[in-house]
Design a protein around this ligand. Structure first.
Ligand SMILES: Nc1ncnc2c1ncn2[C@@H]1O[C@H](COP(=O)(O)OP(=O)(O)OP(=O)(O)O)[C@@H](O)[C@H]1O
Length: 248
């Protein structure tokens, strides 16, 4: 279980998080929605210790993130970054096996390669892709490689940051389905950030709406369309009018 309790974060005068409270239950897939710049990425980075909240507590498995041994703690996470964020100079298999080739998770090279090929297979890519370079792959294939990397070290928590950005709707659907399958098959706890309502419906068990520094609404995905919260209604229906200000 991951809990956020009264999380505040400012960057200078920019008060981004103003008391976020949120619980992500073990083995559940939480999707966080909200407009651009509302602090969704800041929230995820705060769990990983990439950003220090000014106030509040984040716990993972009942312990404050600040009280975990950092390397052991980070080894429990998988992460799919926006834009896949692959290393162009490394062949695909080394991208996938990145964490298995160094540090506390280091494996012998042939084992790391075999694991990478197995993970590539899990996301629908053949062994032939292993020795190619990211620039030789389509955007959809790069996302799959990013997914393979996210699951390479058998994490129990995975973060997906805008997993379908830049993909056509069909490829986005494929990636959404893969993410859902990964979350279900591996039994991981997942947090996904997205603007894409089709991702929300495909990936989420639960949804949280972040706006004006706080979680305005949270509930099971099946109740999203009936939610009365005006932020949710505006976001789900893509309306210009509502409490979420738009720049016209
Ligand atoms: N390291 C940083 N230094 C200064 N400001 C930051 C930093 N990281 C984020 N911010 C600011 O915090 C706010 C929230 O950023 P964040 O990236 O979390 O938004 P987001 O909700 O993920 O948006 P998007 O959906 O566009 O990715 C923005 O105003 C951003 O400029």
């Amino acid at each position: 279980m991951i809990t956020f309790e009264n999380i505040h974060k400012s960057f200078g005068p920019n008060h981004v998080l103003k008391g976020v409270d949120l619980t992500v239950d073990q083995g559940r897939s939480m999707v966080v929605i909200g407009g651009s710049g509302t602090g969704k990425s800041v929230l995820i980075k705060s769990v990983l210790g990439l950003i220090q909240p000014d106030r509040g507590t984040i716990t993972v498995g009942g312990r404050a993130t600040t009280r975990h041994d950092r390397d052991a703690f980070l080894s429990r996470f998988g992460m799919l970054f926006q834009g896949a964020a692959l290393f162009d100079s490394l062949p695909v298999w080394q991208n996938v096996a990145f964490r298995l080739l160094r540090g506390r998770l280091k494996l012998p090279r042939d084992q790391a390669r075999a694991t990478a090929i197995d993970k590539l297979r899990q996301v629908g890519l053949g062994e032939d892709v292993a020795d190619r370079f990211p620039a030789e792959l389509s955007g959809g294939m790069q996302k799959r490689v990013g997914l393979a990397r996210a699951i390479a070290a058998d994490p129990d928590i995975i973060f997906f940051d805008e997993p379908t950005t830049g993909l056509d709707p069909i490829m986005a659907g494929v990636i959404n389905t893969l993410i859902r399958d990964i979350v279900t098959d591996l039994g991981v706890t997942a947090i996904t950030i997205t603007h894409d309502m089709s991702s929300v419906h495909a990936i989420a068990d639960d949804v949280a709406m972040l706006h004006d520094g706080k979680i305005q609404w949270t509930g099971p995905v099946g109740t999203l369309n009936d939610a009365l919260d005006p932020h949710v209604v505006q976001f789900v229906n893509g309306r210009a009018d509502g409490p979420i200000a738009t720049i016209r």
